[in-house]
Write a protein that binds this ligand. Structure first.
Ligand code: ZN
Length: 160
């Protein structure tokens, strides 16, 4: 079964990095601990949090709710911790999930991308994807490359 996550707002940047790898990492803003726990249980998500109080809850200590305490500040190191602890893969499904809203991306034909992306991007890129929810368009541009360079670096450091 595919592992999915519920990321506490105190580790929101971690969610973006997990999405970059292709993992389903949901963030709910404005939810108190009880609601977070209920949602993670209902949807079968692993709760990722920096809140030590949640980790002391009985539902976590008896193992009914799987939760991981995120121990560092740097989102990249947080990602590293989660990948290692959960046995994830850096090659899971890159370029498949919207970094902003966690929805799967769908392929957008080059024809359909015309007029929706800057002309320079249109002529230099061949592959476009679009978020089905927020309609944001993704291509393998500078930002994406930068994030992936950091993933490559993490891979090299961890040997995973
Ligand atoms: Zn989106």
């Amino acid at each position: 079964m595919e592992v999915t996550f519920l990321v506490d707002v105190n580790a929101v940047k971690l969610a973006r990095w997990l999405r970059l790898l292709g993992y389903d990492a949901k963030v709910v803003s404005g939810a108190d601990d009880n609601r977070l726990i209920a949602l993670a249980l209902k949807e079968g998500r692993v709760l990722l949090t920096r809140d030590t109080q949640i980790m002391l809850r009985r539902i976590v200590t008896i193992g009914k709710l799987k939760a991981l305490l995120v121990q560092v500040d740097d989102p990249k190191l947080q990602l590293n911790q989660v990948v290692t602890a959960m046995g994830l893969s850096f090659n899971y499904g890159p370029f498949t999930r919207c970094l902003e809203c966690n929805q799967p991306l769908v392929i957008l034909s080059k024809e359909d991308a015309q007029g929706l992306v800057p002309p320079y991007v249109f002529t230099t890129q061949t592959e476009f994807k679009q978020c089905s929810a927020c309609k944001r368009i993704y291509w393998r541009g500078t930002h994406w490359q930068n994030m992936n360079r950091e993933i490559e670096q993490l891979k090299a450091e961890t040997g995973l």
